[in-house]
Design a protein around this ligand. Sequence first.
Ligand SMILES: [Zn+2]
Length: 620
Amino acid sequence: MSRALAALTACLLATTVVAATPATLSTELPSTWQLNEMFADPAAWEAERQAIAAALPGLAKLKGTLGQSPAALRKVLDTESDLRRRLAKLGSYAGLLADEDMRATDNQARRQLARNLSNDLQETAAFIDVEVIALGKTKLAAFLKREPALAKYRYPLENTLRLAPHTLSQREEALLAAASKPLDAAQTTYGTLANADIPWPTVQIRGKDVLLDQAGYVAHRDDQDPAVRKLVFETFWSVFKTYERTFGSTYVGNLQATVFNAKARQHTSSLSAALAPFNTPESVYRTLVAEANAGLPTLHRYFKLSKRVLGVPTLQYSDMYVPLAKPPRSYTLTEGAQLMLDALQPMGSDYLADLSRAVQSPWTHATVQRGKRSGAYMNGSVYDLHPYVLMSFNGSYDSVSTYAHEWGHGMHTILANRAQPYPTARYSLLVAEIPSTAHELLLADHAIRLAKTREEKIFALSQAIDQLRGTFFRQTMFAEFELATHEAIERGEALTGEKLSQLYLNLLRRYHGHDAGVMEIDARYGREWAYIPHFYNDFYVFQYATSISAAAYFAEGIGRGDSAVRTQFVKMLEAGGSNDPYLIVKAAGLDLATPAPYRALIKRMDGLLDQLEAVLNSPV
Ligand SMILES: [Zn+2]
């Protein structure tokens, strides 16, 4: 009842906002969040932590009872679900507070306590999957029929049964769990080497000493002076030569661990193992790779136009990150939020009402401050309240885009939590990055419409195009590299750092049109694979590429006012985690295993390139 009442209040508030001034922000937005609505103070948090810890033995006592009756199953699931929900809030409070200032040790300690408790719950609840599998399909179906209150657990339960062939005996599971630490060593070693141990070089840029570690590289790789960026690239990537063998052995160690786990769990391949938890068909992955390759002429067209704008004799890999135009302006947080709301007008009044209420509430931590966690995220774990967004808003267009991105996740959470019960509210990554990137694309389209001068138009268009390069082509290139390396290990081939660099160089040259003279790729850039930490999170990044493709499809339909596409988009968000993510997207009218989404993306990119070309061809 309280939820229904809360929803009604939200609705009334929202209506007032929209009726008075359609999604116009009249006052400065709050730039920090208020966490005391979760817990009044640290003492209240500590009391809840102790209460959850004290409740764990109650769950442990239910071990062995799950299959006794539908009521017994319900009791186990309700108990676990309630504990997880409370723990998610406990962990979120600790995590958000800790990220505000990573230097505050009492906040870090609180986060650690929440993590420990989460591990305890994980261990205590381990019997549930084992007993659900023992229950079997027929008996579970009968239980679901007899006890209507179990309906909200149907999808997670059926998912557990689907994965049963890959769940081993208790003894074997314990062995695998124990082996996970040594199997993770390769990744830990990689992290230490890449982030702490490498002695990074210093270069002189316009008379100043600049340390070229990863942060220094990112800060200076887009320098306006071609000679400076060439120096930055050559110096930075030469370091990787010294460590090529060691990086090779850490990455191969990671590949072997992944292949071992896949085999141990009786998956046909490591790709199939990675896709199994969410039942995503392998054809999604393979179609993405094939279609990105088919779309390479469009990427090369972008590089040819870049070369023209930059006026360089040969386009080099070191020219990749230079902006084609200067940003025309900066934004306050309120102006940025207003730009986002204006851009999202095609989403309709209900959606906008929720979003404008969200941005006007103290749910975002946007201030730039010392000790704050870098990057940006949305935390949607507090089911009973609302999403939280963390970012450092610096006034750039990029910041506005990040803000729109994170609030795409935020809207997903708001809609899913409202429509779904707790056990099926949480959505998975295959669908999660669709609304966030759809927000970014609609923002980009709006920024292009607003651009007046030639410089503004080149800026807005090149931002929009580069987003597709970075999220679609680059991530798919990574996905192709991962597929090739895993398959090589599965075939029993010996990979070394040098071979990995050759493999990566071939991909880099193909994607960037080296042989066709589009962009020159020096052989030393083949070592870039060693710089990408995501490769230690196997078969993960492809979902950024599938998502931006789906977003291109939805943004196109929504942007031209197709209310059917808009309705399907909202329904997709409301579906939360109530089904396989692939099927949720399919139900919204888009099959990720077919070329359609990827061609929608290429079409978008070609359309933007047409516009950029027209601007470049028009008299100044
Ligand atoms: Zn995201």
